[in-house]
Write a protein that binds this ligand. Structure first.
Ligand SMILES: *Cc1c(COP(=O)(O)O)cnc(C)c1O
Length: 452
């Protein structure tokens, strides 16, 4: 396999992505350049891929490009040998320009514009999803060689982002669709679903959906189709220390797959993870650009206790029209505060955090207890790789944060080993490579985290 070219900085030996972030913050204290920025660790993507291969050996990942389409991310994942879930002509073009072959792409959007179906046909992308009769008719006319994958609905009521309100056929409809596909002489090769993104409890949904998929496989067989592809979609957790443990979720999936689609069934299994691959790789640093102090009670005296009666409003240089566009809708965790000057035992004040635009909805955190910050202090948001940079606008003239991609040499070598051999070597936990190194300057910084 050829190597896809990649743009990033190597981490010096003994340095972590976190150190680079601290370094940039320290440098910024000497100048007025305090623009928001990201540090993204491509090594984290490599680690996630290995964790996937170990945990779900039967399931080939097709990364969902919409989650984060940074070239460095997509290229790293291409080098690792994964496939891609694309939902539009532009995403297909992007992935193919990097050098990915059409067999490694699934066009996983059940409702497509005709010109885009024709585009997929012209560049050899054959696997595509559908969930309606109208789509079958469009595909029969514009891409008769397509290999269709029937998207079924799931019970995703526990997910933050419920996709089955928009996509997916019921079992009853699935039978009608298969009959119609037979009449139109279109090949249906697979079944797909999505349990919903950012679910609190995806296990049950996975179990039900895999068993429903089995029903559709059987219906297909009755009608003379050779359905041999199962696509279990996305919805796998991707944050560091997420409430939901990836291994817990997938242990249930593995058991269910073995029950309904045993290894000897000859069924190829793929998935479309998005946030799993990228969430934890990105940390966003935003700067406090303005501050307002509001007095909640007027007592006239100036003693210490009264000071706690104030609340604070902080304005930072990224917001809901930028990186937080899609994610504040669901929930937001407060970041880690980096103050230039800090005292021990700082008092905490009720605070809110707002984006830089003139829109009054542009608020990131409604309420959170923080030590008092000053203009020029930083707030770090971790786990910011998924559905952030892809959804940001420059509304009101505020620029998108710059992205700094880094990777350590051991991770770079590991990526190439995986690329050459298709498997990963048994490596000691790469997490431990850097533990001995602590940035000198970190001692000066005060960090507190609070969860809203
Ligand atoms: C968004 C999406 C994904 C990725 O979902 P995650 O929850 O980020 O893993 C996968 N498949 C389809 C069809 C999607 O729309």
């Amino acid at each position: 396999m050829n190597s896809f070219s990649l743009d990033f900085s190597f981490l010096e030996e003994g340095f972590t992505a976190q150190d680079i972030l601290e370094q940039k913050i320290n440098e910024s204290s000497l100048s007025d350049d305090k623009d928001a920025f990201y540090v993204a660790d491509l090594g984290d993507i490599v680690k996630k891929h290995i964790r996937w291969l170990k945990a779900l050996p039967r399931v080939t990942p097709f990364y969902a490009v919409k989650c984060n389409d940074s070239k460095a991310i997509v290229t790293t994942i291409a080098n690792l040998g994964a496939g891609f879930d694309c939902a539009s002509k532009a995403e297909i073009q992007f992935v193919q320009n990097i050098g990915v072959q059409p067999e490694r792409i699934i066009y996983a959007n059940p409702c497509k514009q005709i010109s885009e179906i024709k585009y997929a046909a012209s560049c050899g992308v054959e696997k595509m999803t559908f969930d309606s009769e109208g789509e079958l008719i469009k595909v029969a006319k514009n891409h008769p060689n397509a290999k269709l994958v029937l998207r079924i609905a799931t019970d995703d009521c526990k997910a933050m982002c419920q996709l089955s309100v928009k996509f997916g056929a019921t079992l009853k409809t699935s039978r009608l669709l298969l009959e119609r596909a037979k009449e139109l002489n279109i090949d249906v090769i697979g079944v797909s679903f999505h349990v919903g993104s950012d679910s609190r409890d995806p296990q049950q949904t996975f179990v039900q959906a895999i068993s429903d998929a089995r029903c559709v496989f059987d219906m297909g067989a009755e009608l003379g189709f050779n359905i041999h592809l199962l696509d279990i979609g996305g919805g796998f957790p991707g944050s560091k220390n997420s409430r939901l443990n990836f291994e817990e979720v997938i242990s249930v999936i593995n058991l269910t797959l073995d029950k309904y689609f045993p290894a000897n069934s000859g069924v190829q299994i793929i998935a479309e993870p998005g946030r799993y691959y990228v969430a934890s790789a990105f940390t966003l640093a935003v700067n406090v650009i303005a501050k307002k102090v509001m007095l909640t009670e007027q007592t006239g005296s100036h003693d210490e206790d009264d000071a706690s009666k104030k609340t604070l409003m902080y304005y930072v240089n990224d917001g809901i029209h930028g990186s937080f566009n899609l994610i504040t809708r669901f929930r937001m965790e407060m970041g880690i505060v980096r103050k230039k000057k800090s005292k021990p035992d700082e008092k905490l004040y009720s605070s809110s955090i707002w984006g830089p635009t003139c829109d009054s909805d542009d608020r990131i955190i409604e309420q959170c207890d923080l030590p008092e910050l000053e203009v020029g202090d930083w707030i770090l948001f971790e786990n910011m790789g998924a559905y952030t940079v892809v959804a940001s606008s420059t509304f009101n003239g505020f620029p998108r944060p710059t992205l700094h991609f880094v990777m350590s040499r051991p991770h770079w070598q590991l990526m190439h080993t995986i690329q050459e051999h298709g498997t990963f070597p048994e490596v000691p936990e790469l997490n431990d490579v850097h533990v001995s190194c602590v940035s000198k300057n970190r001692m000066e910084l005060n960090s507190i985290a609070c969860i809203v």
